[in-house]
Design a protein around this ligand. Sequence first.
Ligand code: S3P
Length: 420
Amino acid sequence: MTRLTGTIHVPGDKSISHRALILGALAKGTTQISNLQVGEDVESTKRALKNLGVQIETSGSDVLVHGQGLNSFEAPESPIDCSNSGTTMRLFMGLLAAQNFNSMLIGDESLQARPMNRVATPLRKMGAHINLRDANYAPIEISGSLLGPINYEVPVASAQVKSAIMLAALGCQGFTKLSGLIHSRDHTERMLELFGASISTTNDTIELSGKQMLKPCKFEVPGDPSAAAFWVTAACLLPNSDILIPNVSLNPTRTGFIDVLREMGANIDIEVTSSEPEPAGKIRTCSSKLSAVSIDEAQVPRLIDEIPILAIAMSQAEGVSQIRGAGELRVKESDRLIAIANNLGAMGVDLELFDDGFRIPGPAKLKAAKIQTDDDHRIAMAFTIAGLLTHKPNNTTLDNSSCVQISYPAFFETLRGALS
Ligand code: S3P
């Protein structure tokens, strides 16, 4: 069987990259970003900002954003195409609702099937005029209006919802207060502070006043923990592996997968080496014998994007693993619960599917299969790792391998470099 060794560099964090571009555009002056993610989703955000007249200079993963301030956007001449990117669409709903012009957001087939009312509802309470297809979906028509602040209990643990409200709040006079399910990834809160905004966060609330002037920044985007998760899990599962991943974001709202793998018995060491713009550091992982784990709803927001690869880990662990409270997976780039169930099923795993999760008995001997990715990047990458665990790794095929371009264009090249 193959193994993974050496130092693996992961691309810049996708969530931080979107926010760096958007906050850079809202600041007055030039923001200098290095190690920006170069995947298609972040490209969608860049293109959307350019549609609004923002000047962005790109040289590989180094980017200059020439921000003109909060109310400097130009009305777009055509609909803004968010392609496959849910983060672009939802964050731009908040950004555009507070502008004084009309706009329209469109996306690809997968994005047009994802729920948008969760963002429109709080924005409408702020006074936004938003029209959704069938009351929940893109295309989205936004008539720019004068917004007012809200006091809102967030009903879904989604950083995209929380961030859209914060971006709208920046565009209106007064204090916006968020409570409820606010414990999703906190990059917007941290980065607003970095850009000089005054924002107050406690365990229960986020408070932000509008019409603040953002200051341009200079910073390096730390590596993406969601990309690192594929290598960390693969190194646990492939015998005789030993890898080091430097410069990864270790933001606690993103490292739930490390906690879960460690609970399963994984041999993972982390060392925090920097704290700006967020805690970041090294992850070292060696092959490990894993035992079963149970993940509940409260843990899900800290590992939401890592569930496909954690399912592969569960299939190799001793005992019955389970995850519940993960119904959000049904409205990601694909219905990830179905994609995990069908593909693990095709590889010979006896998975039991629930509305909001699954149960997996392990360890299972995986057999090569034809993987249906549903054009979902995280399904493609998770099942590429699963394929390595079979007797004939080359016999596992993906129906679409190019979807990794969404978040990790160098995924296959990196895999080839680390396998021995
Ligand atoms: C993201 C938030 C999460 C995550 C997505 C990126 C973000 O979505 O799944 O990949 O950058 O805010 P939700 O906010 O819908 O949970």
